[in-house]
Design a protein around this ligand. Structure first.
Ligand code: PEP
Ligand code: MG
Length: 325
């Protein structure tokens, strides 16, 4: 089977009826880079910068960040890299900057909320990303935990500042593409209105499920309620894809849902053509995609959208999976 999965590396992630799906890898650790390349990933669809930040002893300097980010661009010279700016707070803490005394950390000072209140950190980070990408890297910057259009606008001003600074310093870089995570439920209905500010969006199904279902994604006591195939999650992910497509905004998904075979059938049925997942799962998901007909997947999705429980949705998709082997 290992051999079979290796052979897959050179094959496209294409459905039976010829729909191309871009499969990219999620990354954060330097150790992820080689497995990502080896998996046949067409780029990094989510680089979680908080992970290298967590392993440092203090906020990394610009030079240190450039040193780290450059490795990603060298590993994928011809593919897009989606770098997310610092997403700390909630369950992600920096040892040298603990955020304490919050009644509801998941609803608190995290992601872009923290970032905009510490704009100097974001500015250094954006500069480091631009410097690492240089003139050739395909840099896409992702904003985490966006709940309001003003956050996108404020972030873009910082990107503008970074570009101006570098120009004044005589350093040529390419303007990046800018997009936001769709992981706060409020974002879904706003996609049409945010579209004019954005180049793309990416669904973060982990937090989106947590917030839609009001279930802490890391609390074992309520873990059985945390199910990203809950009908409400399926409906809302579908609505996000529909809204983005109507607005002409490229959309992808980079949460754990992209590594769950049953979910992938539904995501293909929604018309998603870009997914980012852990490299370890990528060959298996590619193999599955090569067995799916997108029209059938669409029909399965339509059926799933009429169902009322997670179990019914799982059974519905399983029924289809059995027909394709
Ligand atoms: C998500 O929330 O789905 C996501 C991809 O981001 P993270 O898991 O890093 O919160
Ligand atoms: Mg998230």
């Amino acid at each position: 089977e290992v051999e079979q999965l290796k052979q897959l590396k050179g094959l496209p992630a294409e459905t039976v009826d010829g729909v191309q799906i871009r499969l990219m890898a999620n990354s954060g650790l330097v150790n992820d880079i080689k497995p990502s390349v080896d998996s046949g990933a067409e780029g990094i669809g989510l680089y979680r910068t908080e992970i290298p930040f967590m392993t440092c002893q203090a906020f990394p300097t610009e030079d240190e960040q450039v040193q780290i980010y450059s490795q990603i661009f060298s590993a994928f010279p011809d593919n897009p890299i989606y770098m997310r700016v610092l997403d700390i707070g909630g369950d992600k803490q920096l040892p040298y900057f603990p955020i304490q005394d919050e009644m509801n950390p998941a609803l608190g000072w995290r992601g872009i909320r923290f970032g905009l209140d510490n704009a100097h950190l974001l500015l250094t980070q954006i500069r480091s990303m631009l410097l690492s990408a240089g003139m050739s890297g395909e840099l896409n910057i992702l904003i985490p935990m966006v709940s309001a259009k003003e956050q996108i606008q404020a972030f873009k001003l910082l990107v503008g500042n970074a570009l101006e600074q570098l120009e004044e310093e005589g350093i040529s870089v390419k303007p990046p593409k800018i997009g936001c995570m769709i992981e706060v439920p409020a974002a879904i209905s706003q996609i049409p209105f945010w579209a004019e500010e954005l180049d793309f969006v990416s669904i973060g199904s982990n937090d989106l499920s947590q917030y839609l279902l009001s279930v802490d994604r890391n609390n074992a006591r309520v873990a059985s309620l945390y199910d990203p195939l809950h009908p409400a999650v399926v409906h809302e992910v579908n609505r996000a894809v529909t809204n983005a497509k109507a607005a002409g905004l490229p959309i992808s998904l980079c949460g754990e849902l992209a590594s769950e075979p049953l979910a992938v059938v539904l995501l293909i049925g929604m018309g998603l053509s870009s997914l980012s997942l852990g490299a370890a799962y990528l060959p298996k998901i590619k193999k599955l995609i090569r067995m799916i007909d997108s029209k059938d997947a669409h029909a399965v999705l339509q059926q799933a959208l009429t169902l009322h429980t997670t179990q019914e949705i799982r059974d519905c998709v399983k029924g289809y999976m059995e027909t394709i082997g």
